[in-house]
Design a protein around this ligand. Structure first.
Ligand code: FRU
Length: 485
């Protein structure tokens, strides 16, 4: 540990203590979503299960509710419900990462945990340089930095970050987000036999490549994996124009499905599909766990999207993570389902079957609360249906379009909307509500809306509205929340 490292750790720990009471008294504090102990949390990093333990690292700026020289914070769990907040994993202590220990991933090799991350050196308005770096751990909680493993290749700008590493047929592969010198977003593929020496295979996808037109000036946080026989490239393109119901957030997060030829460095793929339809979702990362499941966690935030308008800022923290979701490929789409472990948090079920509402708005007895899960199954939906949450957000369905609205975070006199056209009739909605967030899984996870919500802290009412007749069953569980030790 260098002096600088020791100083940074101490300063961050002091900041946690200094703001602890304020952060913990915030009514918008989450019950079962990871949030930072203080400051700003962004991307999930280094997701891995090792010897039974799940490791979740995250981008963290302890000193401000703004972006800056990031640290890697660290949570561990054996069951995805009981969590331990570990010591800080990485600080921006070295010359090659002084602007931030930016996003990256984890793999196990020779019984050691290897973290690949981006060392950022900050310039004015943009990075001056970004390197891919390595840190290694024997015990999973203390890390030794090994320095730079890849420098920016010729033909690309300093936007070169977010390494995601995996192994296939005894070879290591890495995808990195990049920007070409003509300012197009790209994903670069590298390979290695030993995790130290890396060779660039080439750009495998990008704006103005593989049949795409202009498709963004920078692609962040790539993740490439095989799922149920398909190669899927998750990526976050920046610079797409809003297009009807699509690309409504400041930056996007979605995927291409196709076939990867690793030798030739070619990824033939279809069109870009968004992973989420809500207001806050970005930079997701996936992992394969020891049960063989492909799990995903996303950041419940979007860079540069009126971040300072979140009311938690005044209590010295901002943003959180999504719940972990299991991914499946249905032949056309990624399907997302909350991991079954979350059922452990449920209290007793409250259930109403065959509730009919016709041209009316009603509460359903007992269906209320702020840390709850709701499951709705529709038997009949004649015309229009809506759920009003806490006199704040509304989820409404009309003509196959599902719309989420909330007061505009920045300009409260306005309402903002996010929408999706469903492939089939609305059959099922599963809602995970926390004190300041909402995740809606539509038709068994064919679509998802992830958003922060800031209703009055004590407001717990939920109302159901129907034009024409709607008949549905509803189950509700109070959720006990994550247990921290
Ligand atoms: C995505 C991102 C990454 C970067 C990290 C820095 O949100 O911009 O590209 O590594 O955040 O915190």
């Amino acid at each position: 540990m260098t002096n600088r490292d020791v100083q940074l750790r101490r300063a961050a720990e002091n900041e946690i203590l200094k703001q602890k009471e304020t952060v913990e008294s915030d009514p918008y504090r989450q019950k079962y979503h990871h949030m930072p102990p203080v400051g700003l949390m962004n991307d999930p990093n280094g997701l891995i299960q090792w010897k039974g333990t799940y490791h979740f690292f995250y981008q963290w700026m302890p000193f401000e509710t703004a972006h800056g020289a990031k640290f890697w914070g660290h949570y561990t769990s054996n069951d995805l419900i009981h969590w331990k907040h570990e010591n800080i994993a990485l600080t921006p202590s070295e010359v090659f990462d002084q602007g931030g220990v930016y996003s990256g991933s984890a793999v196990i090799h020779n019984d050691q945990l290897h973290l690949f991350y981006t060392g950022n050196i900050d310039g004015e308005q943009k990075p001056e340089t970004e390197y891919q770096c390595l840190a290694i751990s024997e015990d999973g909680v203390t890390f030794e930095k090994k320095g730079i493993v890849i420098e920016t290749p010729a033909g690309y700008t300093a936007h070169f970050r977010d390494p995601k590493v995996w192994k296939e047929d005894q070879i290591w592969y890495m995808v990195v987000g990049a920007q070409s010198e003509d300012l197009q977003g790209n994903v670069l593929l590298f390979s290695s036999n030993d995790l130290r020496n890396w060779v660039m295979v080439g750009p495998i996808a990008g704006s103005k490549q593989g049949g795409l037109g202009e498709f963004g000036c920078m692609w962040e946080c790539p993740d490439l994996f095989e799922l149920d026989g398909k190669d899927l490239l998750i990526v976050c393109p920046q610079g797409l124009e809003a297009d009807g119901m699509n690309y409504a957030n400041t930056y996007q997060s979605g995927y291409f499905a196709g076939e990867l030829n690793k030798e030739e460095g070619k990824f033939s793929h279809g069109h870009f599909q968004e992973l989420d339809r809500g207001f806050e979702f970005y930079a997701p990362q996936t992992m394969i766990d020891e049960k063989g499941r492909r799990l995903l966690v996303g950041w419940m935030g979007v860079p540069d999207q009126y971040e300072q308008a979140h009311p938690t800022v005044e209590n010295h923290w901002i943003h959180c993570m999504t719940i972990p979701r299991e991914l499946k490929w249905d032949g056309k789409k990624i399907i997302q389902a909350p991991v079954p472990e979350l059922k452990e948090m449920r209290g007793p079920v409250l259930m109403h079957s065959s509730v009919t509402i016709k041209n009316d708005q009603k509460a359903v007895r007992g269906v209320q609360g702020r840390a709850i899960e709701l499951n709705l199954e529709f038997d009949e939906l004649e015309d229009q249906f809506a759920i009003e949450l806490f006199q704040y957000a509304s989820l409404s369905y009309k003509d196959d379009v599902l719309t989420l609205s909330r007061p505009h975070l920045e300009d409260k006199s306005k309402t903002e909307f996010r929408r999706v056209l469903l492939d089939r009739d609305l059959k099922n909605l599963r809602l995970f509500i926390d004190h300041s967030s909402l995740e809606v899984f539509v038709n068994e996870g064919e679509e998802v809306f992830t958003s922060r919500i800031y209703p009055q802290p004590n407001e717990e009412h939920i109302l159901f509205t129907s034009l024409g007749a709607t008949t549905f069953s509803v189950e509700k569980w109070g959720l006990s929340g994550y247990q921290y030790r």
